[in-house]
Design a protein around this ligand. Sequence first.
Ligand code: AMP
Length: 542
Amino acid sequence: MDGLMMHRPLLQSGLLDYAAEAWPGAEIVSRRVEGDLHRQGWAETRARAVQLSLALEDLGIAPGDRVATLAWNGHRHLEIYHAVPAMGAVCHTINPRLSAEQMIFVAHHAGDRLLFTDLTFVPLLEKLHDRLPDMRYVILTDRAHMPDTGLQALCYEDLLEGRATDRAWPEFPETTASGLCYTSGTTGDPKGVLYSHRSNMLHALATAAVLGPDLGPQPRILPVVPLFHVNAWGLPFTAPLVGASLVMPGPALDGASLWDLCQAEAVQSAWGVPTIWQGLMAEIQSRGAKPDALRHIVVGGSAMPRSLTEAFEKMGVDVNHAWGMTETSPLGSQGSLTPQERDRPFAERMALKQGQGRRVFGVEMKIVDDAGRRQPHDGQAMGELFVRGNTVAAGYHDNPDATARAVDAEGWFGTGDIASIRPDGFLTLRDRAKDLIKSGGEWISSIDVENLALTHPDVAQCAVIALPHPKWDERPLLVVKPRGDARPGLEDVCAVLRPHLASWQLPDDIVFVDEMPMTATGKISKLTLRQRFADHVLPDLR
Ligand code: AMP
């Protein structure tokens, strides 16, 4: 027997409609690339998203088309985030930290027809333009700041000017694609995660349910996490739901700029990767005070060092250590504590916060051994973490091979993370099975670096391993078994890597071994190498 309740599709356009009506006091504050600080409410954000959608229709953008962005966090980017899905098209956020090759790849693979860009990236796009011959560009600025460029780009504010500010959004099935975000593979090309209206709405509801109480009513939130990293962890969709104000930092992500913005805008909650909090903490220590209103941070993307958590907590800032992936929208687990846990002694609370918290509703978790057997959730047994749920990718966009590798026979998604789960539900990440290094929240594929390094004539065998780094979390070390007596220098090897990689993806140091340690299955044992070079000090830390 069916229930007798209305069925309305879970469409993202409903979020903007709701916030515009229900939260007139909340605002979007943006530090813009042009240098000024801009303010608008959710109602104006909706009005401008309507204008943008009408302009996009005039430009021929139709439901299902992919529209790309290459931009920092700011109100115009947020308007695109809402306008594009509201009309049934797909918002593809391109990560500006990808190498040029990868950027070209993702734009072609996604089939992007139009690209919105901040002024910052115009020189880069001028260089890439020959390889994106069919792309049209819109620059996120006003007429006065339009650059002199050969890109034949349109001006964002001109596009909006004079258009109607209200419309009824179209209706379509909630399973329609709404956003596209590429993530690094262990090797080869980036893989596209294609979110739907339904998955983003359910993610926003689940996030609001678990984080809402800690955020408090109508919080002022600083998304340092970029809109090109898994939808800024869903904040564009969670914020209108809970009536939050968003304080958008633009390109200025250093400790001093973030401190000033937090202070000036009375930011209560800030979200970002550990590297960001390292920078903010250094600034707090040099000024001798935290920004007054700051009382909550959400951290994920890499493990938060315990010392950093403790430093924030001692200042009265509640650190929520979360875990997630591009493929999980991203929130999979989060670390808000129960009242009983909050009452425990400081050291016990900090020990809890070293873990990645409890799963959020809708994301089921299992850990399995190498043979795929489920391991107990006893806090001891470790295994690869698999997840399942409405906010988890069922596969990769137009990539059946990567999809087949990612999903197991029972339909669970393999995360490549090695974890244990305690009987009280706490998840702890213990290791990483995937051959990737995470530096400052961005991935480096060790296999890609190795394959390129092997093209150097003096490199017989090589392996790239992650070394811990206080600022970047991890940095790559290149371990080489040379051919004969040769000892190629780091610069020499980097010369063959540089044309294919972004500069921050190059190894920080090179070391030599006579023999590579091997595993029983004949692979280079990175575990052995990690242990052997655990005390190696990278050049910038000497
Ligand atoms: P991404 O898809 O770029 O967001 O990366 C997701 C991956 O980042 C996860 O599979 C983990 O390897 C890593 N990660 C995310 N959050 C954490 C965390 N809190 N602690 C340790 N690693 C994390």
